[in-house]
Design a protein around this ligand. Structure first.
Ligand SMILES: [Zn+2]
Length: 253
C-alpha cells in the first residue's frame, strides 16, 4: 500500500537513477497560506499530514513536526519557492530541521516572476542558521517549465543512497547553466574554477559582497578580508546569457 501515487513513468534509461520524492503541504504560514515542503528519498510508508485538496486545515500538523519527521525518516528536505508564496523569515525560523531552501524555482520564475529565494535565504544566514541551497524546475508541464534549474551532485556512485547522502552533506551546487569546477578556501583566500562566465559575486553577511567581471573568465582569486564579518559566504557565477550557478554557503573562512 503506497501513501503516494507514483506519477513518474517507468524509465528505461540505463544508469539513470530515480529517487522517489514528494512535495507535502500543511497549514499554515504567517500569511495564512499553506506550507509547501519537498522531500527527496521519501519513504513510501511515511504518513502524510492531514491536508487534503490544498485546503487550509487548522488541525493539520505544524511545519516543525512535519519537517522533523521527514528529516528523521532519512529524506533530503527543502523549503520550496519562498518568494512565490511569501515565505518570510519568521516562518523559516519555525523549522528546526531542514537541509535546504530553494534559491531558484524555474516554474515560479516563468509564471509569476517570483522564482528567487535569495532575500529570505540571506536573512536566514544572517540569523546564524546554517542551511543549504537548491535550484529546481518544479515542472508541472502546463507550460514550458522544464530544465531551468538543477543541482550537480558530487557522489562516488550513481546509487540512490550515495546521491542522497551527498545531497544531505551539501556536496553539490545549484545551477541554471554554468558549472563550478572547484572552490577552495584557504589562508583568507577564495579560489574559484568554473566554466566560462562573465561575473562572479561573493556574498556575505549583511551587505558585504565582492564583485569581479571579465569576459570568459574560468578562474578567479578573492581576498576574503573584504568580507570581515567572517560569518558566511556563498559564490554566484553568471554566464553570458545571464544564467547563474550558486555554491552552498561556506561558514569557515
Ligand atoms: Zn509548491
Amino acid at each position: 500500500m503506497f501513501n503516494y501515487p507514483i506519477t513518474l513513468p517507468q524509465l528505461k534509461i540505463k544508469n539513470f537513477t530515480v529517487i522517489p520524492g514528494a512535495e507535502l503541504h500543511t497549514s499554515k504560514m504567517g500569511n495564512g497560506e499553506l506550507w509547501h515542503i519537498l522531500a527527496l528519498g521519501l519513504n513510501n510508508k511515511f504518513t502524510p499530514p492531514n491536508q487534503p485538496n490544498f485546503l487550509i486545515n487548522n488541525k493539520s500538523e505544524n511545519i516543525d513536526s512535519l519537517s522533523s519527521r521527514l528529516f528523521e525518516s532519512g529524506a533530503f528536505v527543502s523549503l520550496t519557492h519562498p518568494e512565490w508564496n511569501g515565505m518570510a523569515l519568521p516562518d523559516t525560523l519555525k523549522v528546526q530541521e531542514v537541509h535546504a531552501i530553494e534559491i531558484y524555482n524555474h516554474s515560479c520564475s516563468i509564471e509569476c516572476d517570483r522564482g528567487s529565494g535569495v532575500a529570505v535565504l540571506d536573512q536566514i544566514l544572517n540569523q546564524g542558521k546554517e542551511i543549504n541551497i537548491i535550484a529546481t524546475d518544479d515542472s508541472h508541464f502546463h507550460i514550458n517549465d522544464a530544465f531551468g534549474g538543477w543541482v550537480m551532485v558530487k557522489s562516488d556512485s550513481n546509487s540512490k543512497e550515495a546521491i542522497l547522502e551527498a545531497l544531505k552533506n551539501g556536496h553539490y551546487y545549484s545551477s541554471q547553466g554554468p558549472d563550478f569546477k572547484n572552490i577552495k578556501v584557504q589562508n583568507g583566500r577564495l579560489e574559484v574554477s568554473c566554466s566560462p562566465i562573465e561575473k562572479i559575486i561573493v556574498s556575505g553577511y549583511g551587505s558585504a559582497s565582492i564583485y569581479r567581471d571579465k569576459s570568459a573568465m574560468e578562474t578567479a582569486v578573492f581576498n576574503l578580508s573584504l568580507l570581515p564579518q567572517k560569518k558566511w559566504l556563498r559564490v554566484t557565477i553568471i554566464d553570458k546569457d545571464g544564467n547563474r550557478a550558486w555554491t552552498n554557503p561556506i561558514y569557515d573562512y
